[in-house]
Design a binder for this molecule. Structure first.
Ligand code: ADP
Ligand code: TRP
Length: 325
């Protein structure tokens, strides 16, 4: 099965990105044909500075490689190294009803957060559809917040196939229900845009400081507490083994345990979980040529597939054959 996903280089990757998306990407590469890319064209929709986008693109590449992305098995590239995808986005936009995009909540949310309402931000889901349809993806593992964009992709693919004949594979989505949304240290969804993240490779001291700042209610130590609504428990669920988690749950419900104690344990568990990957991350930091080579090899493989798709799509729509150009 072909599995495709992208992640924007819009900041340093955090544990919400890891548990909500990357962990599934990495797990799926063993038994599938993985196509993973760094969505730098998408990140432009928020107008970052050029040097920042470069730095974050590299950071995302190093994070993935350190955490176990295998470039021998998986095609891994920087989106803008395969510019065919922007052509496909235009062709798809010609069959995309305005209403479909107007219903997307992420444009409204981002504008409410203060982002500039540029056309690229509005048309973002069409570029995402182009990413997915370009590579005949069957499965698109993403976090719950991306569900709507996958539905838009499916609608566009169906519409196109109806108008021009069977051209695109209609993808399924894949969401791990148990880790729907990882809360940030302020209790809102953990997100690069809210300044509430714990980065995957953040220095340990700083992880500790942030975990200690996680917002909780003010239930006294001796009183019973509700694990379901607790932001610390939500993190515990991600990193504790089932037996330990069950013990904490019991302690919460019984009372007698303070949030400070649980926070300390979360710090230890995060250290145990991500610690083993830190050395690899440092090695990559000192071997940037290798990282660049992985990305450019990946782009070549992705481009070969993209060219085939574009020949098929151009032909279906009555455009010229670019190979004659
Ligand atoms: P951010 O909100 O930090 O900018 P992105 O929108 O770039 O994150 O998301 C990258 C991937 O990580 C997506 O698949 C998204 O669903 C997932 N993701 C992001 N934040 C979270 C979170 N707090 N919980 C679970 N998954 C998340
Ligand atoms: N919109 C996705 C996000 O913010 C990133 C993305 C771009 C993507 N193109 C994609 C995800 C294609 C899956 C498939 O997380």
């Amino acid at each position: 099965m072909r599995v495709l996903s992208g992640i924007q280089p819009s900041g340093k990757l955090h544990i919400g990105n890891f548990f909500g998306a990357m962990r599934q990407h990495l797990a799926l590469q063993a038994e599938n044909e993985g196509f993973y890319f760094i969505a730098d064209y998408h990140a432009l929709t928020t107008n970052p500075k050029p040097e920042i986008i470069k730095e974050h693109t590299f950071g995302v590449a190093m994070d993935y490689l350190a955490l176990g992305l295998d470039p021998e098995k998986t095609v891994f590239w920087r989106q803008s190294d395969v510019p065919e995808v922007t052509e496909l986005a235009w062709l798809l936009s010609c069959v995309t009803p305005m209403g479909l995009l107007q219903r997307c909540t992420s444009f409204k949310d981002k504008v409410e957060q203060g982002l500039s309402p540029v056309h690229g931000l509005f048309a973002y889901p069409v570029l995402q559809a182009a990413d997915i349809l370009m590579f005949d993806s069957n499965l698109v593992p993403v976090g719950a917040d991306q569900k709507q964009h996958i539905e838009v992709t499916r609608d566009i693919a169906i519409k196109f196939n109806n108008l021009y004949g069977e051209t695109f594979v209609v993808p399924e989505e894949h969401i791990l229900k148990s880790v729907a949304v990882v809360p940030g240290i302020d209790g809102r969804k953990m997100s690069k845009s809210y300044d509430n993240t714990i980065e995957i490779f953040e220095p340990e001291k700083s992880v500790k400081k942030k975990v200690m700042r996680i917002v909780t209610d003010s239930t006294p130590v001796e009183d019973p507490k509700d694990p379901e609504t607790c932001n610390i428990f939500a993190l515990l669920k991600l990193v504790a083994l089932p037996d330990e988690l069950a013990e904490w749950e019991e302690k919460y419900r019984k009372g007698g345990v303070g949030y400070g104690t649980v926070k300390k344990r979360v710090v230890e568990l995060l250290h145990e979980y991500f610690g083993p990957f830190r050395q690899k991350r440092e090695e990559l930091e000192n071997n940037r040529d290798y990282v660049e080579k992985v990305l450019s090899d990946g782009a070549q493989k992705a481009r070969a597939v993209a060219r085939q798709t574009m020949t098929r799509v151009r032909d279906a729509m009555g455009l010229g054959d670019i190979r004659n150009g």
